[in-house]
Write a protein that binds this ligand. Structure first.
Ligand SMILES: [Cu+2]
Length: 413
C-alpha cells in the first residue's frame, strides 16, 4: 500500500468508529447545540407548561407560557421585531394544531414582537400519533431560525387509526383532513411522472447516449442542431401540447368544480403588547464572571426598589436554565429533563429594602452550565450574557426583570 492508500484506510477506520460511537440512544434533538448567545439573548421563556403530561389520541393538549424578547438581542441575528412565528417543536406530525394565540390574538399568520415586552401564549393541540415526545414551544424568526423554548415530556397513548380530524367548510361540507385531497395529489403526481417517463423514454431510443452524443455534438460544432431530427421535433411538440393541455385542463376543471376558494393567509398580524403594572424594580448588571472550574456564575448587580415592601431574588433564568433560590421559591422539576436547579442560586446583600438601592451579588452554580453546553459562550467573539431575574415581595408577587452585560471568563481559582 502506498502512503495515500494507507491514509484513506485510517480515515475510513476513524469514520466507522465515530459512526458507531454516535449510535448511542439520542433522545434530545439539538436544543443543546444552539449557541449559548442565541439561547441567552433572544427569547426568555417562562411559566411554560402543559395541560396534561399524558393523553390519548384525539384528546386536547394546551401548551401555555410566556416569553419576553431580549433587549440584548444580538445585532448579527435577524430581529424578532421584524417577522416571527410561534410554533410547537415535536418530532413528526404527532399532533395537529387547532388554535394558537399570543396575547389573545390568533397567530395563524406571522407577527412581530417587541423587545422587552411580555407575551402570553396558548396553543391547543390534538393528539394524533401515539408515542413519547419532548415538546418545545418555538419561535421561528425570519432570517434567524428557531428560538427554542423549554422542553417537556408528553406521552400519547391509544391507536392512531381512531384519530379524527374533520372540519366543516363555509359551505357546510364536512372534510376529513387526514385523507382530503390525497387521491387528487396522487393522480396528478402519477400523471406528471408518466409524462416525464414518456419524454425520457423517447430519448432513450436514441442510444448510445451521453458521451458518444456529446462527442458528436462537439465534432459538429456550430452545426450540432443537425442531430435533432424532424421526428425529434414532432415528439417534442406532442409532449409540449400534452403538458399545456394538462395544465389548462386542470385549471379549467378546478375552477368549475370549486368556484369559490380562499387562499392561504400569509400576511402579518399585529400583536398588542400586554399592559403591565409598573415594576418597582430596576436592575443594572455591574459585573459578570463565569468561573470555569466551579461552573459558577457570579453576577454583581445594583438593584433599586421603589415599592412598598422588601424584595427577594428567587430565581435567575438564562438560556433555558433555571437557578432557584430555595429560601424564596420552591420549584419541582416537571420531569427528569426539566432544566431546573432547585437550590443553586445564592444571593448576597438582600433583601432589597423599600426605597433603597443596593449592591447585590448572586451566584448561579450548577453543572448544568457544562452539561447543557452553555460554557461555549467563553468562545464567543461577543461575550455578552443575558437572563431574567425574578424578584418576589412578601405577598409572593413576582417581578421579572431582564439583566444583561459583558461576561468575563475565569480559568482558575
Ligand atoms: Cu427536546
Amino acid at each position: 500500500m502506498n502512503f495515500i492508500a494507507k491514509l484513506f484506510a485510517v480515515i475510513q477506520g476513524l469514520v466507522v468508529v465515530l459512526v458507531t460511537l454516535s449510535a448511542a440512544p439520542a433522545l434530545a434533538h439539538g436544543e443543546k447545540a444552539q449557541q449559548p448567545a442565541l439561547r441567552m439573548r433572544t427569547v426568555h421563556w417562562f411559566d411554560v407548561d402543559l395541560s396534561t403530561r399524558k393523553l390519548a389520541v384525539n384528546q386536547m393538549l394546551v401548551v401555555k407560557g410566556s416569553f419576553i424578547p431580549s433587549n440584548s438581542w444580538p445585532a448579527h441575528v435577524a430581529s424578532i421585531e421584524n417577522t416571527a412565528y410561534l410554533n410547537i417543536g415535536v418530532p413528526g406530525p404527532s399532533f395537529v394544531r387547532l388554535d394558537s394565540r399570543i396575547n389573545g390574538v390568533p397567530t395563524i399568520r406571522s407577527s412581530s414582537y417587541e423587545r422587552g415586552e411580555q407575551y402570553n401564549f396558548e396553543v391547543t393541540l390534538k393528539a394524533r400519533t401515539p408515542g413519547r415526545y419532548h415538546l418545545h414551544p418555538i419561535i421561528n424568526v425570519k432570517d434567524a431560525g428557531p428560538m427554542i423554548g423549554p422542553g417537556i415530556w408528553v406521552e400519547v397513548v391509544g391507536d392512531q387509526a381512531t384519530f379524527e380530524n374533520s372540519i366543516t367548510t363555509l359551505f357546510n361540507q364536512t372534510l376529513n383532513l387526514e385523507t382530503h385531497g390525497f387521491a387528487n395529489a396522487a393522480v396528478w403526481s402519477a400523471a406528471w411522472l408518466v409524462l416525464a417517463l414518456v419524454w425520457f423514454g423517447y430519448w432513450l431510443t436514441k442510444l448510445p447516449l451521453v458521451l458518444p452524443r456529446y462527442r458528436r455534438a462537439t465534432a459538429l460544432g456550430e452545426n450540432a442542431d443537425e442531430m435533432i431530427t424532424t421526428r425529434d421535433r414532432q415528439a417534442a411538440l406532442v409532449i409540449m401540447v400534452a403538458t399545456l393541455m394538462l395544465v389548462a385542463g386542470g385549471f379549467i376543471y378546478a375552477s368549475e368544480r370549486w368556484p369559490v376558494t380562499t387562499p392561504l393567509q400569509t400576511g402579518k398580524v399585529k400583536t398588542p403588547t400586554l399592559k403591565m403594572a409598573p415594576s418597582p424594580v430596576s436592575v443594572t448588571m455591574d459585573d459578570a464572571r463565569y468561573r470555569i472550574p466551579g461552573r459558577s456564575f457570579r453576577i454583581e448587580l445594583t438593584v433599586s426598589n421603589s415599592g412598598k415592601g422588601p424584595l427577594n431574588i428567587g430565581e435567575f433564568a438564562s438560556g433555558g436554565l433555571r437557578f432557584i433560590n430555595s429560601a424564596v421559591l420552591k420549584v419541582t422539576p416537571k420531569d427528569q429533563d426539566d432544566l431546573v436547579a432547585q437550590d443553586a442560586l445564592r444571593v448576597e446583600g438582600g433583601p432589597i429594602k423599600p426605597g433603597a438601592t443596593q449592591k447585590i451579588v448572586i451566584y448561579a452554580d450548577d453543572a448544568m452550565w457544562e452539561t447543557q453546553r452553555m460554557t461555549t459562550m467563553i468562545a464567543s467573539p461577543d461575550a455578552v450574557v443575558a437572563g431574567m431575574l425574578f424578584l418576589f415581595d412578601a405577598q409572593g408577587n413576582r417581578y421579572p426583570v431582564e439583566i444583561s452585560g459583558p461576561m468575563i471568563p475565569l480559568f482558575g481559582g
